[in-house]
Design a protein around this ligand. Structure first.
Ligand SMILES: O=C(O)C1=C[C@@H](OP(=O)(O)O)[C@@H](O)[C@H](O)C1
Ligand SMILES: C=C(OP(=O)(O)O)C(=O)O
Length: 428
């Protein structure tokens, strides 16, 4: 598609769609609970629809009307053997959390996803789940999809995860919910804690001690009503747009500000962005707020260490932000980017260079020299099927002089189906 370039202002108020991580979990935990879970502001992105589809194939009755979803819980032992392959589409979260749940189910299931999923490492969950007693096979001994799994009786484990990954932590905790005894996951850095918060809201006993999280098995979950906060990872595109497009002022309403997700706000503040957070409130188990950002004069920063898991999905848009900051921004400790929907170090660098950015890849991050004007002469950029690369490029186009075509723009529907509607609303 042809992207809008050289935009003179972005102004107005939007409510970004529901949080992807929380929407997945609401359906999954609702399916495992006793009773009916009602979800509002559910993200109807393709990833979360894949989660609904997988659970329907295991006998869970789920009704979806727009952003409202009702899940008729089956109880912790109530899923039934699927007669069809479970298709996780493009969703790593669906794949890994589902494997944790299936590890405890005494039946056979097959998982398949798209070309991107087929390249993403699944042994980070299949190895510990096998250790707990699940039978899993797949390409390269269960490293890649398609995967076949037969679950059953599980042993609890104490697992020192080599990566700070909420998907790994959640998969093991979900398996641990069914094991006899206490399962503990210890992470190298804090990853997003939506699983811990939501399991507690469903009535489970989850114990957190620093970087260690434990659950005891054979607990029952009790259905609840969940209002999903706006996704800060989707808001991030407009937070950056507001800071870098001239004459802009954007307010994002009802955005989730769970501290394990707000690295983007810390980075914007460190870089000197004009950003304010108002109306902070606690809704059920997750905090939310309204965030306003205005066109800003930006300076470079260093991003690495503990903050990385708190902004891992925002690094593509942060790289664009850094092209508009005075000085050299260095991103380190982010090699996890290489195993996302694309190798996001490679795709960010190659596509932003096409627009004139001064950016280079390193082993575990990027170096970006700013401030650089972006220009294009009938330039073709590509999302390579990665929603976050597609949205980053659409925001990059807003400050680019010339004309830009985005290939594979349809990938954006994975997490933000109304992205272009919102971008248009802010231009008028
Ligand atoms: O648990 C989750 O909902 C997610 C965890 C993160 O992945 P990792 O667990 O691989 O870090 C993140 O990148 C992904 O978009 C969603
Ligand atoms: C990495 C992402 O998601 P997932 O791992 O669920 O595919 C993402 O949304 O950026």
């Amino acid at each position: 598609m042809e992207l809008k370039t050289n935009i003179h202002a972005l102004r107005g108020e939007i409510a970004v769609p529901g949080d992807k991580s929380i929407s997945h979990r609401a359906v999954m935990f609702g399916a495992l609970a006793n009773g009916t879970t009602r979800i509002t502001n559910f993200l109807t992105g393709e990833d979360c629809l894949s989660t609904i589809d997988c659970f329907r194939k295991m006998g869970v009755v789920i009704t979806q009307q727009g952003n409202e979803v009702i899940v008729e819980g089956k109880g912790i032992d109530g899923l039934i053997e699927p007669t069809h392959i479970l298709n996780v589409g493009n969703s790593g979260t669906t794949t890994r959390l589902l494997l944790g749940i299936l590890a405890a189910c005494p039946f056979h299931a097959c998982l398949i996803g798209d070309d991107s999923i087929a390249k993403r490492p699944m042994d980070r969950v299949t190895k510990p789940l096998k250790q707990m007693g699940a039978h899993i096979d797949g390409r390269e001994e269960g490293r890649y999809t398609p995967l076949a799994i037969r679950g059953g009786q599980l042993q609890p484990i104490t697992y020192h995860s080599p990566v700070a990954s909420a998907q790994v932590k959640s998969a093991i905790l979900l398996a641990g919910l069914h094991a006899e005894g206490t399962t503990t996951v210890i992470e190298p850095h804090q990853s997003r804690d939506h699983t811990e918060r939501m399991l507690r809201a469903f009535g489970a006993d989850v114990r957190v001690d620093g970087l260690s999280v434990s659950v005891t098995g054979r607990q029952t979950l009790q259905a609840i009503d969940i209002e999903v906060p706006g996704d800060i990872s989707s808001a991030a595109f407009f937070l950056v747009a507001g800071a870098i497009v001239p004459n802009s002022e954007i307010t994002l309403k009802h955005v989730g500000i769970n501290p394990t997700r707000t690295g983007i706000i810390d980075v914007l503040k460190n870089m000197g962005a004009n950003i304010s957070i108002k109306n902070v409130r606690h809704e059920e188990s997750e905090p939310v707020a309204d965030i306003t950002v205005r066109t800003s004069t930006l300076k470079a920063t260093h991003i690495g260490g503990d903050i990385i898991p708190r902004l891992i999905d925002e690094i593509p848009i942060i790289a664009l932000l850094a092209t508009q900051a005075e000085g050299t921004t260095i991103i380190t400790d982010a090699s996890e980017l290489k195993v996302k929907e694309t190798d996001r170090i490679a795709t960010v660098v190659s596509e932003l260079r096409k627009l004139g950015a001064d950016i280079e890849a390193t082993e575990d991050g990027m170096i970006i020299h700013g401030k650089t004007p972006l220009y294009a002469e009938n330039t073709v950029v590509d999302s390579y099927g990665d929603h976050r690369i597609g949205m980053m490029l659409a925001i990059a186009a807003c400050i680019t002089k010339g004309s830009v075509t985005l290939q594979h723009s349809e990938a954006i529907a994975v997490s933000y189906p109304t992205f272009f509607d919102h971008l248009r609303m802010l231009q008028s």
